[in-house]
Design a protein around this ligand. Structure first.
Ligand code: FES
Length: 114
């Protein structure tokens, strides 16, 4: 399993961007820390398939309660990736399986490498 980031990388904004590869295809992803643990998602909003963030590692709202897409304001539950408000309400971010090993966040999906 490959390392996506370390828990310390999530302290500043609650999230850390990265990239995984599927063969020769590059996929931007991000890892987030929330009350239930750590999750990772592909950085493509279900509304228009655009990256959620405009600034590096900036995915959370000011309260760090929800992930926000900066394009049209969709709000997502950080633990599930489900859109709870906005133009893609009811749809979900595509999840990447992760595994914690100490302070390392590992990609648990063998189809992807870092
Ligand atoms: S692209 Fe995310 S809300 Fe429109």
């Amino acid at each position: 399993m490959t390392v996506l980031c370390r828990l310390a990388d999530l302290e500043a904004t609650g999230a850390k961007e990265g990239v995984v590869h599927d063969g020769g295809i590059r996929h931007p992803i991000f890892v987030v820390k929330h009350a239930g643990g750590v999750s990772a998602y592909f950085n493509a909003c279900p509304h228009a398939r655009l990256p959620l963030n405009a600034e590096p590692d900036a995915f959370f709202d000011f309260s760090r309660s929800f992930l926000v897409c900066g394009n049209h304001g969709a709000h997502f539950d950080a633990a599930t990736g489900r859109c709870i408000r906005g133009p893609c309400k009811g749809e979900s971010l595509r999840r990447l399986a992760v595994h914690l090993d100490g302070d390392r966040v590992l990609c648990a999906d063998s189809d992807y490498t870092v």
